[in-house]
Structures are given as structure tokens and as C-alpha cells.
Design a protein around this ligand. Structure first.
Ligand SMILES: Cc1ncc(C[n+]2csc(CCOP(=O)(O)OP(=O)(O)O)c2C)c(N)n1
Ligand SMILES: [Mg+2]
Length: 395
């Protein structure tokens, strides 16, 4: 998958020194300019609960490394641009940004197909892109325009792309988890061998409805994968203040779990592949993605009153998911620093063009206020406050 419209940067030809000129045997580099398979190791081991962890050796390729870089850089840029548009009052209402957490979206998508479903909470912009949504649809939705993925009526929290297996975009904390188990029920019922990834936060992990849904999912062996994106805060509350046990991968008790470095796209990919195989055979599994959000909870939170600036800059320096892939690309000599910078420049341009296009899209017609609310054809009637005068029959 590559979200970016430009297909490739010029990949540097690998020059191997002729063996006869050196006593040192030529370096056998694991990455070549062709797209043959490469094996990389996850930065950290997986920690497993009630199952054997997958191998740390992950299969990848030159093109996947580059597409991880481009896709995450595009997501990062989209979120930074959304921050500016919000400050310029072109985006109104709630807006929760995903920068820092990109490796979860990209790694998960690399392990599955679009017939697998994803459902998430309100921090949904980047998942939408990973499911094949376009930048124009994203920005148009953020600015409440007609060409948005929810016709400009959903806004930041209600992105949707059913044709890409993306079921939103939900504002009620935790509510997407039972819905996700329902999707998994439908998949099992129709025997289509696909799975559902239901994403939720560390804050949502303490909700009752999550355990109720998990109980039924486990009982009926539904292909549901519960993905806890542990960014360590629920709004301004640190996980240790909200959870007696912040080992979220173990919180399914009888359901197996895996703790994953959510800043390592390859660890995420490996875990999701493993989880899909597990879920199809045995039913649900929990993946705890250890990740971090750079922005505050939403645009109304500066994000610096309940955590230190050192903590944020420490994560940026040591664990940033994009920098991790940049280093891998450089160390394997797949592209040069300049080539990667050029890719980032192109991405900026692409994002700016998408914003300009989204701004051209008109606002929805006022008559749209009543569409997509009730099932069509039931003749739902709207009365005035006195309950006497019929004002309208809703479409
Ligand atoms: C049922 C419900 N309770 C409270 C809220 C208000 N609220 C919105 S986000 C949030 C915190 C959730 O944190 P977490 O699950 O960790 O997700 P994150 O924002 O970190 O991605 C709360 C309490 C809500 N939207 N829904
Ligand atoms: Mg959280």
C-alpha cells in the first residue's frame, strides 16, 4: 500500500566492491535494489499472555520500507495541517490528532486486506487514509464540505469508508468495541474468513461494555481483534490513575493477548498478521500497542499540563515511528537523506493541493440536515413544540 501519488524515489544502485580487490569479504547486504524479500527484526520482543508470541523476524521488502516511510510522513503532515486549519477556524468542533501513533495504522494495514474490517474511536483521520481514503475527502470532511467522506456532516470524529472496510469514526468512548464484535459476528456468520480490528484507547479499556462484548466474542469464537492503542493518557489522566492494572494485553483474562511496540511498524505488522491467523482459528485476541500521541487529547488541550515537555521530546527522539524507518532506509542504503527529504517536500505539496481542492467544495445543502438520520420511507414526522402543527415529513 502506498498512500502517496508518486510511486518511487530514485533508489540508489547498490555497488558491491569486487571481491578480488579486498581481503575483507564483500558485505552481504540484506536489502537490494530489486524488491526481493528482506528480513528485519522488531526492536523489542513481544510480551504474550496465554499464547506463544510470534517471531521477531519480520518479512519485508525495499518497496514496503519506502511505502511505510511515505505513508507515515503523509499522515503526519495531514495532522499538522489539520492543526493549522483548526487554529484558522476552518475546522470547527472536536478534532483529535493521531501524530505519533502512525505506525499502528500503517503496520496494521500491511498485515490485512480491505475485506477485513477496522472500527475505531474519534482519533480516526489516519486510519481512514490507510483504508484507501483520499486527502481531499479527509480535509473536506474536516472542514464540513460536501466532498467529505461523510458528506461533510460527520466531521473529524465520524470519518467512514465502508467500501474500504472502515466502519468509523465513533465519539462515544468504547462504543465501537461491541459494534466491532458485531462486525466479527457477521463475518463468522457469512463464513468469509475475514476479521475485524476494533481499536480503543487505554482510557476506554476500563469500560464495562468492552468486557461484555469480549465475553460473547470469546464464547462464540468470533474473529474479533481488540486493539488497545495505549498512548498512556485518557484526556489528561495518566493510565496509572485510571487503571488498577495497566497491562491491557492481559485484561482479557481468558482471552490471549500480546503487548506490541506500537512505535515499530514492523512489530505492529507482525502482531496483526499473527492475530488474524489466531482469530480465524480460535476467536478473539487482544493486542496492546504501546504508543504515544504528540498532540494534546484534542485541539482544546495543549497537552502539556499533565505531562512534561521532556517526556514528549524524549519519545520524539528515541521512539518516533517515522525516524525509525528513516534510519532503516538509510542504513540499508535504499535512499539517501536528500531523497527522503525530497519525498517529504512532495508530500507537503500534495497536502497543500488537497486542502486547496477541499476548500473549493461547497457546504452541504441545508436540506441535508435531515438525511441519513432515519431509515428512508418510514415517513417520520416532525412536529412543532406544541405537538399539533406538523412541520415536515423527514426524507
Ligand atoms: C462514554 C463516554 N465517556 C466520556 C467521554 C469523554 N471522553 C472523550 S475521549 C475520553 C478519553 C479516552 O481516552 P482513551 O480511551 O485513552 O483514548 P485516546 O483519546 O487516548 O485515544 C473521554 C473520557 C466520551 N466521549 N464518551
Ligand atoms: Mg489514551
Amino acid at each position: 500500500m502506498s498512500l502517496s501519488r508518486f510511486a518511487s524515489c530514485s533508489i540508489r544502485r547498490r555497488i558491491l566492491a569486487p571481491a578480488s580487490t579486498s581481503l575483507v569479504p564483500p558485505l552481504r547486504r540484506s536489502i537490494s535494489t530489486d524488491d526481493s524479500p528482506i528480513t528485519v527484526e522488531t526492536g523489542l520482543p513481544f510480551t504474550a499472555h496465554n499464547c506463544d508470541p510470534p517471531s521477531r523476524a519480520v518479512q519485508t521488502s525495499t518497496s514496503e520500507l519506502l511505502s511505510f516511510f511515505k505513508d507515515m510522513a503523509l499522515m503526519r503532515r495531514m495532522e499538522i495541517a489539520a492543526d493549522s486549519l483548526y487554529k484558522a477556524k476552518l475546522i470547527r468542533g472536536f478534532c483529535h490528532l493521531y501524530d505519533g501513533q502512525e505506525a499502528v495504522a500503517v503496520g496494521m494495514e500491511a498485515a490485512i486486506t480491505r475485506r477485513d474490517c477496522i472500527i475505531t474511536a474519534y482519533r480516526d483521520h489516519c486510519i481512514f487514509l490507510s483504508r484507501g481514503g483520499t486527502l481531499v475527502e479527509a480535509f473536506a470532511e474536516l472542514m464540513g464540505r460536501r466532498d467529505g467522506c461523510s458528506k461533510g456532516k460527520g466531521g473529524s470524529m465520524h470519518f467512514y469508508r465502508k467500501e474500504g472496510g472502515f466502519y468509523g469514526g465513533h465519539g462515544i468512548v468504547g462504543a465501537q468495541v461491541p459494534l466491532g464484535c458485531g462486525l466479527a459476528f457477521a463475518q463468522k456468520y457469512s463464513k468469509d474468513e475475514n476479521v475485524t480490528f476494533a481499536l480503543y484507547g487505554d482510557g476506554a479499556a476500563n469500560q464495562g461494555q468492552l468486557f461484555e462484548a469480549l465475553n460473547i466474542a470469546a464464547l462464540w469464537e468470533l474473529p474479533a481483534i481488540l486493539v488497545c492503542e495505549n498512548n498512556h493518557y485518557g484526556m489528561g489522566t495518566a493510565e496509572w490513575r485510571a487503571a488498577k492494572s495497566p497491562a491491557y494485553y492481559k485484561r482479557g483474562d481468558y482471552v490471549p493477548g500480546l503487548k506490541v511496540d506500537g512505535m515499530d511498524a514492523f512489530a505492529v505488522k507482525q502482531a496483526c498478521k499473527f492475530a488474524k491467523e489466531h482469530a480465524l482459528k480460535n476467536g478473539p485476541i487482544i493486542l496492546e500497542m504501546d504508543t504515544y500521541r504528540y498532540h494534546g487529547h484534542s485541539m482544546s488541550d495543549p497537552g502539556s499540563t499533565y505531562r512534561t515537555r521532556d517526556e514528549i521530546s524524549g519519545v520524539r527522539q528515541e521512539r518516533d515511528p517515522i525516524e525509525r524507518i528513516r534510519k532503516m532506509i538509510l542504513s540499508h542504503e535504499i535512499a539517501s537523506e536528500k531523497e527522503l527529504k525530497d519525498i517529504e517536500k512532495e508530500i507537503r505539496k500534495e497536502v497543500d493541493e488537497a486542502i486547496a481542492k477541499a476548500k473549493e467544495s461547497p457546504m452541504p445543502d441545508p436540506s441535508e440536515l435531515f438525511t441519513n438520520v432515519y431509515v428512508k420511507g418510514y415517513g417520520v414526522e416532525s412536529y412543532g413544540a406544541d405537538r399539533k402543527e406538523l412541520r415536515a415529513v423527514l426524507p
